[in-house]
Unconditional design. Sequence first.
Length: 65
Amino acid sequence: MNHYELGRHTPDINTLQRIADELGVPLNYFFCEDDASAKLACLIDQLPKEQKITLIKKLEAQIKD
């Protein structure tokens, strides 16, 4: 883990998935560019599929306005 943190090695996607599973975060968490995006990724990941779809529709409607 120390080598990843220091930038000496880059984990492959399977390793990232295992780390995400251990930390209880979605895989895309590691690719977020700021804390707000990371928080959203974690919250959205916890929603059931139906609520995710509803949220997507609401966000799309807000962006179109």
